[in-house]
Write a protein that binds this ligand. Structure first.
Ligand code: HEC
Ligand code: HEC
Ligand code: HEC
Ligand code: HEC
Length: 418
């Protein structure tokens, strides 16, 4: 079977068997995280995995009522601009829909500022934890209790977090010891989320053997089986909000580890869709697209200006997917989204480039000048102003591995040859 078929089969199988199998002492732990700003599968590649809306559906399906704890590793966004703030708030809100118990508050969240911590904490249902920071001015907790678990969170980049917030964090070892001591005292199972990698998680496990589970951060998919150091298991939800991990506590040990790839078999959750739609509406109404940085370039003529002299090229272009690229975004409500529009119009990053369909109607879509560059001078006097030869390199800024993984110049060029 193909991997995708396996994943679908596994997902169906697990859904049908999970609920019935959970015993009295069992408690389910669901682990999500590392959204990295990827709120939605971008649609450029099909089928694509991940996204907040599917994640909520999956978590709801994998939960057992009153016997489930959901945790989130944080790593909401990559930068700290206005759109990142909006994204972080949308992520926090969708996690509240699944009653998230704890979200690890780390550097990416701290960079959004202390004010945003209050907002994220409120929107998530007071879920933020930062074990080395909690109890101070920033509204985060040292630990959260949920079911049999005591959940803590750390990020090894404590100096940078301190600098971002203007507060001092405890050293990592002290934070972890505070977690294990408190767990022992209150007879709870210590679970630690860290924004560090596997190696640093293993080092923590060696130093603090009473930890039962560490959730670490990686730039890949979850492990086929949990890593183990003594009695401590190490797991990860992978990258880009593409997966969730489910594991059960049977009263003595963690068992039944599985991870789920959030493919199209998970429908969008309705409540999460509302949060997502509201997020896109905010992006549009604050007009973030008009604030993208732009540089000086030659002037564009617009695709229509080429038609009188290049009728054959124009026909090929009109029939291609490129001439409909903005409509594609409009259909999905992403046409004012700085995350998407640059590759679906002409010259978004130029002072002379696309502004909106109304203001620059000839710079919509992937136009002639998306590949040939600004050509106004040429259009006015073609023999005097020759255009440079272009080839494969003109495709790559848009057909990159993330948005066009099957790109092959010869095969793709054959479809738009002119
Ligand atoms: C880096 C450039 C880039 C960015 C950014 C980008 N796209 Fe695309 N998009 C592409 C390319 C290239 C394709 C064509 C991929 C292929 O067929 O190989 C595409 C195709 C698509 C398609 C598929 C059209 C179809 O019917 O097959 C959709 C939908 C889409 N993009 C939506 C989005 C959305 C939504 C975003 C933002 C969240 C986005 N894109 C961001 C480059 C980009
Ligand atoms: C400015 C960004 C951009 C550049 C540059 C670009 N493309 Fe595209 N390409 C796109 C987008 C966006 C789509 C998807 C359009 C849609 O369906 O809405 C696409 C779709 C395509 C498709 C259709 C894919 C399909 O499955 O039918 C082909 C073929 C293609 N591009 C070839 C090329 C080639 C070859 C080059 C370079 C010579 C190139 N493109 C340069 C953005 C770009
Ligand atoms: C997706 C990128 C892309 C788009 C869009 C595009 N072109 Fe091209 N065009 C190319 C590439 C690449 C070549 C060179 C092919 C080669 O060298 O064989 C080319 C070749 C040409 C040539 C021939 C150049 C020569 O040296 O013989 C002309 C004329 C031309 N394009 C005009 C247009 C016009 C007019 C449009 C819009 C209607 C357009 N192109 C849209 C990528 C594009
Ligand atoms: C007024 C007619 C006219 C218009 C408008 C025009 N071109 Fe051309 N184009 C020409 C002629 C004529 C040539 C051939 C020049 C030569 O071989 O000396 C040419 C050549 C080209 C070439 C091959 C490279 C070169 O400079 O010789 C490309 C690419 C090209 N045009 C793209 C475009 C694009 C893109 C537009 C629209 C922005 C456009 N042209 C608008 C007449 C025009």
């Amino acid at each position: 079977m193909k991997p995708l078929v396996w994943i679908v089969a596994l997902a169906v199988l697990s859904y049908s068997t999970i609920s019935g199998m959970v015993g009295h002492d069992h408690h389910v732990l669901i682990i999500a995280g590392a959204t990295d700003g990827y709120l939605s599968p971008c649609g450029c590649v099909k089928p694509m995995s991940g996204g907040l809306r599917r994640r909520v559906t999956a978590i709801k399906q994998l939960s057992v009522p009153n016997m489930t704890t959901v945790i989130e590793t944080g790593g909401f966004v990559k930068d700290s601009g206005r759109q990142d703030q909006m994204k972080a708030e949308a992520i926090a809100e969708t996690m509240k829909l699944v009653k998230v118990a704890a979200i690890n508050y780390g550097l990416e969240e701290a960079r959004l500022g202390a004010g945003m911590a209050a907002s994220l904490d409120r929107l998530s249902g007071e879920a933020l934890v930062a074990t080395g920071l909690g109890g101070g001015a920033i509204p985060v907790k040292k630990f959260k209790v949920s079911g049999p678990f005591l959940i803590g969170g750390i990020d090894p980049r404590i100096e940078q977090i301190g600098a971002a917030l203007g507060s001092k964090l405890e050293p990592i070892d002290e934070s972890v010891r505070a977690l294990t001591d408190e767990a022992k005292e209150s007879k709870l199972v210590p679970v630690l989320m860290t924004r560090g990698d596997l190696e640093s998680a293993e080092a923590i496990a060696k130093k603090h053997p009473s930890l039962r589970l560490i959730v670490c951060s990686v730039k890949s998919s979850p492990y086929d089986a949990p890593r183990r150091v003594g009695d401590t298991l190490i797991v990860t939800p992978g990258e880009h909000a593409k997966y969730v991990v489910r594991i059960e506590w049977d009263g003595q040990a963690f068992t039944a580890y599985r991870f789920f790839d959030l493919g199209p078999e998970y429908a969008d959750d309705k409540q999460a869709q509302e949060v997502y739609t509201a997020y896109l509406a905010r992006v549009t109404s604050e007009d973030l697209l008009s604030m993208v940085p732009r540089s000086e370039t030659d002037v564009f003529a617009g695709s229509a200006a080429c038609a009188p002299c290049h009728a054959a090229e124009q026909r090929v272009w009109k029939a291609s997917a490129h001439s409909k690229a903005l409509a594609t975004l409009e259909k999905e409500g992403h046409d004012r989204d700085p995350d998407c529009t640059g590759c679906h119009v002409v010259g978004l990053r130029s002072v002379n480039g696309f502004r909106s369909r109304a203001i620059t109607p000839n710079l919509t879509d992937v136009g002639c000048e998306s590949c040939h560059g600004p050509s106004k001078l040429h259009a006015m006097n073609p023999t005097k102003h020759k255009l440079a030869k272009v080839g494969k390199e003109s495709c790559m800024p848009c057909h990159n591995t993330e948005h066009s993984p099957t790109f092959d110049f010869d095969a793709y060029w054959a479809k738009i040859k002119h």
